[in-house]
Design a protein around this ligand. Structure first.
Ligand code: MN
Length: 738
């Protein structure tokens, strides 16, 4: 890479500022070149290449002459014979002040002692609050040093990289300079965790090769749709960077395979109202992922960031994130405070008016005001770090122990961070002395007290609600123990019924005596095996009563309700003593089904499962417990020849603990704008939860829509279906039974 020539620097500035003071730039170039003379960098390049590159980075941010000149001069006073007096004489007081600020903070780098680091950071903030341009040069300086970090001796590298990721990258982010923050993080990540960086980068390449075509399709589709609706927009595809993927993997403890939204698009439009038009178009074209829609236009982030975010499911089930914003919002998003620090109307020599409305700047002011309150440097650094690390929250136990958690953490995460036992037995929380739900998002400084009850098992649903890996792993473990208890409970119910039918007594003692024959170590093992469907009830009856006559034994087996052949009649085997009954009408000893996650390991067929009110049967699946099917379900035909797997079940819904159940409906809808919105609104208005929507357009006039939704019961589902039938745009609605 050749060094930037004098005319190149001038041309770059002229490209965005025609009124630039060329003479000033030229004089600075020559002055710094002479001052640095034959100094060399660690790379062996002439030292002067460094200030030039720093100035080059700042021309990308389109900054004013004084900032560019200060960048060219930033290392002269500290590293050469140049003096501040000389610089003031040659370049004026404005540039002297900037170079002075930069010289002061240059000494701050890389002091490892905690107190000194705190004091340094304080000086850094004091220097930059007077003139934000000092920070802009400092960040560009750090960026160039990071870009050339591989030339620095290895023992110094790690310290520089850590300081970058701890102080400078968050500071750039706080100032809204996302581009710069991301590059700093990326470069530091490479040095701090080289293996993780290499792995993520490689996987990212592989996914790009695999899914690149789909992404291209979506991009084209999006462009066509925008053009067709007359919206002026630019569409840029982008791929997440390795560090942000890594951070997400760590934060959510997920593997790379589970990370789905690696690709994204940025749609840049002219006017804010266009953002919402694009959003509507996107949501009408692809199903949206619930919970991912964020409107930072109506509620900007603290660093002035404005944009609409949403995630949709594109072809091939790839999730794609979209950011929709105007050109002006995009500039703020990329350059942050630097976008405010421009020439106003290109008049040189006029002091730059920092936009007072800039929230990032307000934050800086507030932080510096804190300095006046005279905290010790260490405390100050801690405090400022708290503010900087806005992806973390710091909370306290009642005894004052500090618990650091990722942002979004709940009291459940907190409880597990304190101790696994505390998490497993948590039943409630007090935040700052007040009772609060366990799912409250914790804030910085919260004091959290966990209420515990012994003998509790954490609900399995917590696993998807917590944000820390520790909590997730512990919940998974505790759930596994609880699930085993559930299987044993189910096994006991199945066995009690089987023994009753065989007219034989059932007890743990009798089972114990037959353990050898059953090749199991404990009674619980037998119960769990039966509950999991790995051992059939008939075999257990036989093992306990080996002398039982074959007829009785057969009678002990649980027989199918006899409906799966579609005829609705029993198939009676010889020796059966089952009572004649209508298909699906539960017997007196049918196993009560209360819903999910109660005392039995019960699942509902996810595609068109049963809802309370349906007549049901249970199918015992090896390793999975019972799956509940509506009696009319065509899927039951598959189990016709496996009588041991059929269970007589009945609903036993607890009104006090309402629960939703999955169901599926299929619709045919006329293709016209708003049809899908009409469908989803109707369902939502009638208290239906939409879990997913799939669309297929067999011809230009109609769309086939399949909706998975959750409802309270059959009455509720029927009400939704008849409501949909009323709609003019919908030509057909049917329930789908899986
Ligand atoms: Mn430098």
């Amino acid at each position: 890479m050749g060094m930037m020539r004098q005319y190149e620097l001038v041309d770059r500035v002229k490209s965005y500022n025609p009124n630039t003071d060329e003479d000033l730039l030229n004089r600075a170039y020559v002055y710094a070149m002479r001052a640095h003379g034959t100094q060399k960098r660690a790379s062996g390049d002439p030292f002067f290449a460094h200030p030039l590159e720093v100035a080059g980075i700042l021309t990308d941010l389109k900054l004013d002459d004084a900032t560019i000149v200060a960048a060219v001069l930033h290392d002269t006073v500290e590293d050469t014979a140049a003096t501040l007096e000389e610089i003031e004489n040659l370049f004026g007081p404005d540039i002297r002040r900037l170079v002075d600020g930069l010289t002061k903070i240059k000494k701050l780098d890389l002091v490892s002692k905690k107190a000194a680091q705190g004091e340094n950071f304080r000086k850094l903030l004091l220097a930059i609050v007077d003139d934000i341009r000092v920070l802009l040069v400092k960040l560009a300086d750090r960026l160039h040093n990071m870009r050339t970090l591989h030339f620095v001796p290895p023992e110094k590298r790690l310290r520089i990289a850590e300081e970058t990721i701890e102080i400078y990258a968050p500071l750039a982010g706080r100032m809204g300079m996302q581009e710069l923050r991301e590059e700093l993080e990326e470069l530091a990540f490479r040095h701090i965790k080289p293996e993780a960086h290499a792995t993520v980068t490689k996987r990212l390449e592989e996914v790009t090769v695999r899914e690149g075509r789909v992404i291209g399709e979506i991009e084209q589709d999006l462009k066509d749709k925008l053009a067709a609706s007359g919206i002026q927009a630019e569409v840029h595809g982008r791929r997440k960077r390795p560090y942000s993927i890594w951070k997400k993997m760590e934060r959510k403890s997920v593997s790379f395979e589970q990370l789905s939204d690696i690709f994204g698009f940025r749609v840049i439009v002219e006017k804010p109202e266009d953002c919402y038009r694009v959003l509507g178009l996107v949501h009408m074209t692809w199903p949206m992922v619930p919970g991912r829609y964020k409107d930072y236009i109506s509620t900007p982030k603290q660093n002035d960031y404005r944009s609409i975010h949403t995630t949709v499911v594109g072809p091939g089930h790839s999730r794609v994130e979209l950011q929709i914003r105007t050109d002006a919002m995009d500039r703020i998003a990329e350059y942050g405070i630097a976008a405010h620090a421009h020439y106003k109307d290109g008049r040189p020599g006029e002091p730059i008016q920092l936009a007072d409305e800039s929230r990032a700047y307000q934050w800086l002011r507030r932080t510096v005001d804190l300095l006046a309150e005279g905290d010790s440097p260490e405390e100050f650094l801690e405090h400022t770090k708290l503010e900087l690390f806005h992806d973390q929250v710091f909370c306290f136990t009642p005894k004052g122990r500090l618990i650091a958690l990722p942002r979004g953490a709940t009291p459940i995460d907190f409880a597990y961070a304190v101790h696994t036992d505390v998490g497993n037995s948590a039943v409630g929380a007090k935040i700052n002395g007040r009772i609060a739900p366990l799912l409250t998002e914790l804030q910085n400084g919260d004091e959290v007290e966990i209420t515990r009850a012994e003998g509790q098992a954490p609900p399995a649903a917590w696993e998807s609600l917590v944000v820390t890996g520790k909590a997730r792993a512990a919940i998974r473990r505790a759930t596994r123990v609880a699930v085993r208890r559930q299987y044993a409970g189910l096994g006991r119910q199945i066995l009690e019924r089987a023994f009753t039918r065989a007219e034989k007594a059932f007890s743990d003692e009798k089972l114990k005596a037959a353990l050898k024959r059953l090749a199991r170590n404990t009674v619980d093992d037998v119960l769990a095996a039966v509950g999991r469907g790995e051992m059939y009830s008939g075999d257990v009856v036989k093992a306990v009563y080996p002398d039982l006559e074959p007829e009785k034994r057969a009678a002990g087996e649980v027989r199918p309700a006899g409906v799966a052949n579609g005829k609705g009649w029993f198939e009676l085997g010889s020796g059966d003593n089952l009572k004649f009954k209508l298909p699906g009408e539960p017997g007196a000893d049918a196993i009560p089904i209360r819903g999910l996650g109660r005392d039995l390991p019960v699942r509902f067929s996810p595609q068109g499962g049963a809802v309370p009110g349906d007549r049901i049967v249970g199918i015992l699946s090896p390793g999975e417990g019972v799956t509940i099917y509506p009696i009319q379900s065509p899927a039951l035909a598959a189990f016709d020849n496996e009588p041991d797997r059929w269970l007589d079940v009945r609903w036993d819904i607890d009104d006090k603990v309402p629960q939703r159940f999955p169901a599926r409906i299929a619709l045919k809808s006329i293709n016209e704008p708003g049809s899908l919105a009409q469908i989803t609104t109707t369902i939502a208005e009638h208290d239906g939860n939409i879990d997913s929507v799939q669309m297929n357009r067999p011809n230009p006039d109609f769309t086939d829509v399949t909706i998975d939704l959750s409802v309270w019961d059959l009455k509720h589902l029927s009400a939704i279906i008849s409501e949909l039938r009323e709609k003019r745009q919908i030509s057909r609605v049917e329930r789908v039974l899986g």
